[in-house]
Design a protein around this ligand. Structure first.
Ligand code: TPP
Ligand code: MG
Length: 347
């Protein structure tokens, strides 16, 4: 969270509301920028699901590790990846957190232990177990790895392998399932034989439970409980956060597989609006406070857009950096040996 926003966030509740608003404003602007072709390629919006990243992230310390899916702009933002670095990445600019190479789906910033932005469904669950195992083996007993994934990942092999080993090795990993009920256009009921996801996770002898993912305080409470147990050596835990995405799967999705009434019903449970109203009713915030939060979030996003717009595109000179080129079928160069002579490949 920026210093300016932190000052206005006088309590946990303020901070949670302000952070959800930051994600919403950032992503609504991303949708506009996509329409203007400033952002290209894939773009998966988290709008409607903000309470999960906000509630979970509010419980983490700087040494914890975070992994997420391709729907991760909000997670990166709250983890402390600067907004301009994220926006630059979305624009494909060299000042982006992944050097403009990754785009929306591959935000990454090791300095805040944010390990992606992972585009392969379920592919980062084994990585989370590896990070947790490293912490365990190095005796970093208070560190936790938090892994966000969609319910679609629970039908993948990696889910089973990751949970099995996590339980067997008792690694400090919190598995956070963001169950928004659809994996692209496929509903949970049509892809899972067991739709009780906590029960499914518990079959690996992992404590698992389900929480209202539209209620940021519930998310915060559940995460606090899980992290306390994990940090005390309790091993991996699993929480299913029940949620809904208000937008289509991605900007390419015509969103024809779900009823518009269903979408409208869920929008009534908008995590930002409902939490804001609760705080207003309780007298914990004023409408001026809330206006200030939206204004601060808009200022943050606009400053990020300005930086991203002005930043240079990736230089062609760096095009082959971080790229593994195959030399020949039988050669296997050592780590310090260049795979090929650049001149041979690019005459
Ligand atoms: C291994 C793999 N299979 C298929 C895809 C294509 N794909 C991209 S997103 C997606 C749906 C995933 O849904 P879910 O895990 O519920 O996450 P959500 O998008 O709902 O947040 C699929 C099938 C992929 N990226 N990786
Ligand atoms: Mg899903």
């Amino acid at each position: 969270m920026s210093d300016q926003l932190f000052e206005t966030a006088r309590s946990l509740e303020h901070r949670l509301l302000a952070d959800m608003i930051r994600i919403r404003v950032f992503e609504e602007r991303c949708a506009e920028l996509y329409g203007q072709s400033k952002i290209r390629g894939f773009l998966h919006l988290y709008i409607g699901e903000e309470a999960i990243a906000t509630g979970v992230m509010s419980c983490l310390g700087p040494t914890d590790a975070v992994l997420a899916t391709y729907r991760e702009h909000g997670h990166a933002l709250l983890r402390g990846v600067p907004a301009e670095s994220i926006m630059s990445e979305m624009f494909g600019k060299s000042t982006g957190c992944s050097g403009g190479r990754g785009g929306s789906m591959h935000l990454f910033d090791e300095s805040v232990r944010f390990f992606g932005g992972n585009a392969i469904v379920g592919g980062h669950l084994p990585l989370a177990v590896g990070l947790g195992l490293a912490d365990q083996m190095l005796g970093r007993s208070d560190q936790v790895t938090v892994c966000f994934f969609g319910e679609g990942a629970m039908a993948e092999g990696e889910f089973h392998e990751a949970l099995n080993l996590a339980a067997l090795w008792n690694v400090p990993v919190l598995f956070c399932c963001e169950n928004n009920r659809y994996a692209m256009g496929t509903s949970l009921q049509s892809s899972e034989s067991q739709v009780d996801l906590a029960l499914k996770a518990a079959s690996y002898s992992i404590p698992a439970w389900s929480v209202d993912g539209m209620d940021v305080l519930e998310v915060h409470k559940a995460t606090t409980k899980a992290l306390t147990a994990i940090r005390a050596g309790g091993g991996p835990m699993f929480i299913e956060f029940q949620t809904y995405r208000f937008r289509a799967h991605s900007m390419f999705d015509p969103d024809l597989y779900r009823d518009s009434d269903e979408v409208e019903q869920w929008k009534k449970r908008d995590p930002i609006m409902t939490f804001g109203e609760r705080l207003l009713d309780a007298g914990d915030v004023t409408s001026d406070d809330i206006d200030e939060m939206w204004a601060a979030a808009r200022a943050e996003t606009e400053a990020a857009v300005e930086v991203a717009d002005a930043a240079p595109l990736e230089s062609i000179d760096t095009l082959l950096e971080h790229v593994t080129l195959e030399a020949s079928e039988n050669s296997s160069p050592g780590p310090d040996t260049p795979f090929v002579d650049d001149d041979e490949v690019w005459p």
